[in-house]
Design a protein around this ligand. Structure first.
Ligand SMILES: NC(=O)c1ccc[n+]([C@@H]2O[C@H](COP(=O)([O-])OP(=O)(O)OC[C@H]3O[C@@H](n4cnc5c(N)ncnc54)[C@H](OP(=O)(O)O)[C@@H]3O)[C@@H](O)[C@H]2O)c1
Length: 316
C-alpha cells in the first residue's frame, strides 16, 4: 500500500476541540500543527485550514490538496499566494442539520412573534398577539445548495409555503423554483427571505435597499422578514438598518455580518424584532471535518476523483 502523506492542520478553532478530535483522527498519517513555527511543513501534501496563517503557503510549498474547515471558501479564494490546487469544501450531515435547525428556528420565531413575546415578558404583560399559520407565509430561500435544499425540506415539514432561487434552475417536488434571471419574480412572492448564498463577486452586497423593496408587502406578517446565515459580505448593513427603520422590513435574523464580530455600536443590536447570533448557525464539527478530509485523502491516494471540489471560476 502506498505511504500515507502527512497533513498540515491550520484551523483557527477552539484548541481543545482540535486536540480532542486529533486524538483519533488521521491514523497512520503524520499530523503537522502549523501553530508551531518550528515544525517543517515543506514536504506536506495536504492542509486542513480555516483562516490559516498568511505564510502557510510559503512554509508548505508542495501542497496538492486544500481542505476547507467550513462550507464557505470565500476567505481561501482571496488568500495571497493561494496555490493552483484543488480546494475541497466541508460537506457533512452535521453541518447541514445544524444549519437547517437554525433556519427553521428563525422562521418559526418570526411566525410565532418570539421577539415581541419576549419583550412583553420583560414588561410582565399578558397580551395575546394575532397569529397566522405557517401555510399563510411564503419562505423564499436564496441558495439551493447543500444547505439551502435541506432547509427547504425542513421548512416544508413545518408547513410553510416554500420557494427557492439559485443560479441554475432546480427541480424540487412541491417547491416553485426560480433561476438567476428570475430574481424579481421570486422576491415579489417572498414574505420571509432566507439567505444561504456563498460570498462571491456576484453575491457581494446582493441584500441591499433595492432588493428589500422588492419583497412582498402586506403578507400574513404585514411586512417581510430577512434571515441571513450565508455570509455578511452579501448584506449591505446600512441598507438593512434603513429598511428596518422605515418599515420596509418587519424583522430580521442575522448570523453573519459585514464585519465580525459585530461592533458594539451597531444599531442592529437594539433594533426591534432583530435576532442576532454570533456566526454560530452551523459550526463545523471538527471530528466530522477530519473524518471527511481523511476520506478524501484516501480517495486521492487511490486515484479516485475528489468530491466537493470548489469551482474557482464560480467562486464557490
Ligand atoms: N453561518 C454559518 O454558520 C455557516 C455555516 C456553513 C456555511 N455557511 C455559508 O452557507 C453558504 C452555502 O453553503 P452550501 O454548502 O449550501 O453551498 P453550495 O452547496 O455551494 O450552494 C450554493 C448555492 O448558492 C447558489 N448560488 C451561488 N451563486 C449564486 C448566484 N450568483 N446567483 C444565484 N444563486 C447562486 C448556488 O447555485 P447553483 O445551485 O446554481 O450552483 C447554490 O444553489 C456557504 O458558502 C457559506 O458561506 C454559513
Amino acid at each position: 500500500m502506498p505511504a500515507k502523506h502527512p497533513v498540515v492542520i491550520d484551523l483557527k478553532f477552539e484548541r481543545r476541540e482540535i486536540d480532542a478530535a486529533l486524538a483519533d483522527a488521521f491514523a497512520g498519517r503524520q499530523v503537522l500543527r502549523a501553530s508551531d513555527p518550528r515544525i517543517d511543513l515543506s514536504q506536506a501534501r495536504y492542509a486542513v485550514i480555516w483562516k490559516p496563517d498568511p505564510n502557510l503557503f510559503q512554509r508548505a510549498p508542495k501542497l496538492e490538496v486544500l481542505f476547507s474547515g467550513g462550507a464557505g471558501v470565500d476567505y481561501i479564494l482571496t488568500m495571497p499566494g493561494l496555490p493552483d490546487v484543488p480546494i475541497v469544501r466541508f460537506v457533512d450531515e452535521s453541518l447541514t442539520t445544524r444549519m437547517s435547525e437554525w433556519v427553521v428556528l428563525q422562521a418559526l420565531s418570526h411566525l410565532r412573534q418570539v421577539p415581541a413575546y419576549l419583550g412583553q415578558q420583560r414588561e410582565r404583560q399578558w397580551r395575546e398577539l394575532s397569529q397566522p399559520e405557517a401555510k399563510d407565509l411564503t419562505v423564499g430561500v436564496m441558495g439551493l445548495g447543500v444547505l439551502g435544499l435541506d432547509s427547504v425540506r425542513k421548512l416544508k415539514v413545518m408547513g410553510f409555503d416554500v420557494i427557492g432561487w439559485s443560479r441554475s434552475k432546480k427541480t424540487i417536488e412541491g417547491v416553485e423554483t426560480f433561476d438567476g434571471g428570475e430574481l424579481d419574480a421570486f422576491l415579489a412572492r417572498t414574505d420571509i427571505l432566507v439567505g444561504l448564498l456563498p460570498l462571491t463577486p456576484e453575491t457581494g452586497g446582493i441584500f441591499n435597499a433595492s432588493l428589500f423593496t422588492k419583497l412582498r408587502q402586506g403578507g400574513a406578517l404585514g411586512k417581510p422578514v430577512f434571515i441571513n446565515a450565508g455570509r455578511g459580505g452579501s448584506q449591505v448593513e446600512s441598507d438593512l438598518v434603513a429598511a428596518l427603520d422605515s418599515g420596509i422590513l418587519g424583522g430580521a435574523s442575522l448570523d453573519v455580518f459585514e464585519k465580525e464580530p459585530l461592533g458594539a455600536d451597531s444599531p442592529l443590536w437594539t433594533t426591534d424584532n432583530v435576532i442576532i447570533t454570533p456566526h454560530a448557525a452551523s459550526a463545523s464539527d471538527v471530528r466530522a471535518l477530519f473524518r471527511n478530509a481523511e476520506t478524501q485523502m484516501e480517495r486521492y491516494e487511490a486515484g479516485d476523483p475528489l468530491q466537493h471540489v470548489v469551482d474557482r471560476r464560480a467562486g464557490y
